[in-house]
Design a protein around this ligand. Structure first.
Ligand SMILES: Nc1nc2c(ncn2[C@@H]2O[C@H](COP(=O)(O)OP(=O)(O)OP(=O)(O)O)[C@@H](O)[C@H]2O)c(=O)[nH]1
Length: 345
């Protein structure tokens, strides 16, 4: 039940499977009872075309493939029903048209819906006058477009909600919640033989002084500019998260030690060159750690944290690359950070 609550698309098709079984199965039984074997078989196939992919999606967790199968099965089934039953069979098309928007993305749903309307309209089974054909076409196309508008609005709201739930409103950087998801994903991919990811913890130096001296508005402005500078100098695939007041984390998906060192150095240098408050440059300290195969996310972050602590201790405005863990992940305080650079200004 909790899976149905969390997965709107799966819940919709599971409901559809139940409705299809309850609504169409009695027809199939009725047809077989009256020895109308072909029509009974088609009814039964329509039920199976919905129910089997729903079971597959439920068991495998792969919604998309299963939903496209239902879309195709529904298309063929709806066409068959219109040809066998005539005018009354076309009523099922409306249900199919709405269903496509639950199952597929907007463009696929529109194409599937309009193509079915076009074909059934050309064949015109059971429609004796042009006005019947026109009324069917007009109402069916209206259903497609109204459903498309609804689906478009839902998708837009969903994207907005996802963005609000995953970003920091001040800087636009991603938040801790998204960071936890992305770090787990990166470790998963790298653990299956992918390239190694690296993290950089970026901590602005003496930020409290900026707030105290120039006020919180200036502090906020520095945080925004800092995120812009960092995002400008890294790749599009790299992701910046705000993990605390003036502390950020940069996730670099495919890295090696040399690359991590270069990026860390570049961040330190560029921030010092480009970020200013009225009387001085703003600087940052960076702790970098390349993920080591088999390492837990917590240990990886602890190494980066330990490295940024060492950068602060060594005088700030510098980057420190954490040493790889020895054999198995070490607690933060046992990691021996390695100096990456001397003062860069
Ligand atoms: N303007 C502003 N300040 C914030 C925000 N979040 C946290 N801070 C401030 O950031 C400051 C962080 O201070 P500290 O943790 O002492 O760090 P620091 O002064 O940068 O010192 P070091 O890290 O040791 O160089 C505190 O004064 C917080 O009030 C924010 O969103 N906006």
């Amino acid at each position: 039940m909790s899976r149905l609550r969390a997965d709107y698309a799966l819940a919709s098709v599971a409901f559809l499977g139940a409705v299809a079984t309850a609504a169409i199965l009695p027809f199939a039984v009725y047809r077989f009872w009256n020895r109308e074997y072909w029509q009974g078989a088609v009814d039964l196939l329509v039920v199976l075309a919905v129910v089997l992919p729903v079971i597959y999606a439920w068991r495998s967790g792969r919604n998309r493939g299963a939903f496209l199968l239902i879309l195709l099965g529904g298309w063929i089934g709806s066409l068959a029903i219109t040809q066998m039953v005539g005018l009354a069979g076309h009523y099922w098309v409306y249900g199919y048209l709405v269903m496509t928007f639950v199952l597929a993305e907007l463009s696929v749903a529109v194409i599937a819906g309009l193509s079915l309307v076009l074909v059934t309209c050309i064949l015109g089974a059971g429609m004796e006058t042009p006005i019947m054909r026109f009324s069917y076409a007009a109402t069916a196309v209206l259903v497609v477009f109204l459903s498309a508008i609804g689906a478009f609005q839902v998708a837009k709201q969903r994207r907005l909600l996802e963005r609000l739930a995953s970003t920091d409103p001040l800087t636009g950087a991603l938040n801790r919640r998204q960071m936890a998801v992305d770090l787990a994903h990166e470790v998963n991919v790298a653990g299956r033989g992918g390239a190694l990811p690296a993290v950089l913890i970026l901590d602005l130096d003496h930020f409290k002084q900026i707030n105290d001296q120039f006020g919180h508005e200036m502090g906020d402005r520095v945080l925004v500019e800092f995120s812009n500078v960092v995002r400008e100098l890294v790749r599009r695939s790299d992701r910046l998260y705000r993990i605390g007041g003036e502390e950020f984390l940069l996730l670099l998906p495919a890295m090696d030690e040399a690359g991590t060192r270069v990026v860390a150095q570049k961040v330190v240098q560029q921030v010092a060159d480009r970020l200013r408050v009225p009387d001085r440059a703003v600087t940052t300290s960076v702790g970098a750690a390349l993920w080591s195969r088999g390492e837990l996310v917590s240990s990886w972050l602890a190494r980066a944290d330990s490295a940024v602590y060492q950068a602060k201790q060594a005088g700030r405005n510098r980057a420190v690359l954490a040493a790889a863990p020895q054999h198995r992940p070490l607690p933060a305080q046992q990691n021996q950070g390695r100096r990456l650079s001397d003062d860069v200004t």
